[in-house]
Ligand binder design. Sequence first.
Ligand SMILES: Cc1cc2nc3c(=O)[nH]c(=O)nc-3n(C[C@H](O)[C@H](O)[C@H](O)COP(=O)(O)OP(=O)(O)OC[C@H]3O[C@@H](n4cnc5c(N)ncnc54)[C@H](O)[C@@H]3O)c2cc1C
Length: 495
Amino acid sequence: MSLERYPVIVPDQDYYRQMVKCQAACPVLTDARGYVTAVAQGNIELGYQIARDPNPLSTICGRICGAPCEVACRRGSIGPDHEPVAIRPLKRVVTEQYGPEAFLRLPGTIEVPVIQSNGVQPVSGQDFSTGPWSRHTLEVLAAQPSRKRGSVAVIGAGPSSLATAHDLSVLGHRVEIFEAGPKSGGMIRYGVPIYRMDWEAMDSEVQAIVDLGVKIHYDTRIGETITLKELRSDFDAVFLGIGLMQGRKLNVEGSDLDGVVPAVDMLLNYNLGYQVQLGKRVVVVGGGDVAMDAARTALRLGMATEEQTEALEDKDARLDEEADTVRTALDVARTALRLGVGNVRVIALESWDELPASRFELEEAEEEGIHITPRLGPVRVLGENGRVTGLEVIDVAAVFDDVGRFNPRFVPGTNQVLECDSVILAIGQTADLAPLKGAEDVEISPRGLVAINQETGQTSAQDVFAGGDVAYGPRMIIHAVRDGHIAAWAGTTGT
Ligand SMILES: Cc1cc2nc3c(=O)[nH]c(=O)nc-3n(C[C@H](O)[C@H](O)[C@H](O)COP(=O)(O)OP(=O)(O)OC[C@H]3O[C@@H](n4cnc5c(N)ncnc54)[C@H](O)[C@@H]3O)c2cc1C
């Protein structure tokens, strides 16, 4: 008998934890099974405690979390007739009744008797999470009389920053957030279209964090109003949660014409209430930046470069990025419809089956009137008098090669022009690292992100931590929350 053939597993605690797939899949280890069961038993309050314990942004997540728990849910793998448990909507049910947004119904007839304004049940005294960042654990630590308390400047008011500010504040540190924009929430406010997120509910969740003693300075861009150097001398530590606020550019002929707009710029302007003029016909180009680079090179040379192929072989990272850009493409397309654009088309390199979006998301967009055309690659933007008039595209023969590597090939002679007034680029985002000017001791990774120790969130500079998209590239809100926890926790253990 060989060990390889008959591997023996001696089950330890971790083994059993991995068996609870929904919980293991959640970056903050939320006990989804626990709160779903509590809801089924009619104990919504307990359900809220369980859902909220590891996640100070449970209200936001109950609405738009990417829900890796549902992907992992065992029920979804029973067979084709079974769907995963609707974990995310159930989180919404519990937060609506017991989360900070329940206060929005006050003063009214609905009683919310025992929840504090910070949205946490004060009477639980119980640990509902296997992560070290459980609210209960933080409170126990905070109560230690010998605990050292310091001051932390947090740059950006997105999910990673809000989570770290929450934990640090519960631990008794002085926390000040410096946010470039006029509002909190980061990409949830500036990127996610309003029809997907309830801003009032989000504001109540941010307010619960502010109520812990966190101060937020709005319209304060670090690098302009105040420098990182100044913050480092005024505070014991700094957390960088500045996200990826710049849209990537498409490096093809005509991409500097008027009417070529990065998706994030368009969403940000729309969400902040500024005027956005797109014309009557819009083409949205979807796809991750690495995929786009490879596609462009393939178009010119007939193949992707070795470097690009290597980058694309990191399939998980690529799929994450692609999923993110498809989601952004759909968001921006649906927003364009709401701005009155009559004809909105999304093009993508992948075929229907390869598109990293759920069938439901695609169908919903089509039902709204968006034309999704898979297997088309952008060749160049056409224009007249400096303005876009169309996008030349070419058919994609295959996106993956025989061994399953991403290696797009095109069908020669299939070029056609999609006439349009605007081309929106949903091809990924980059970090604006201007605030790091003068902080040469903070290393930048080859991907143009802030390099961190993933166990602690610490950068190469001892007093500077980072997390969220600026450290990992585009991911989900719940990952950013985990990063915030990790950085706060690292400070706690004195790392
Ligand atoms: C269109 C779109 C839709 C998405 N939809 C979903 C979804 O449905 N579900 C999901 O789970 N995830 C979604 N995501 C991903 C999610 O929004 C991000 O992963 C998450 O917001 C990243 O959080 P963060 O804290 O890293 O930074 P961000 O949310 O990007 O926030 C960064 C903050 O830093 C501020 N900032 C930047 N520079 C400075 C500076 N110099 N000084 C001060 N402040 C600064 C910015 O103004 C911003 O407020 C979506 C992303 C996009 C773009």
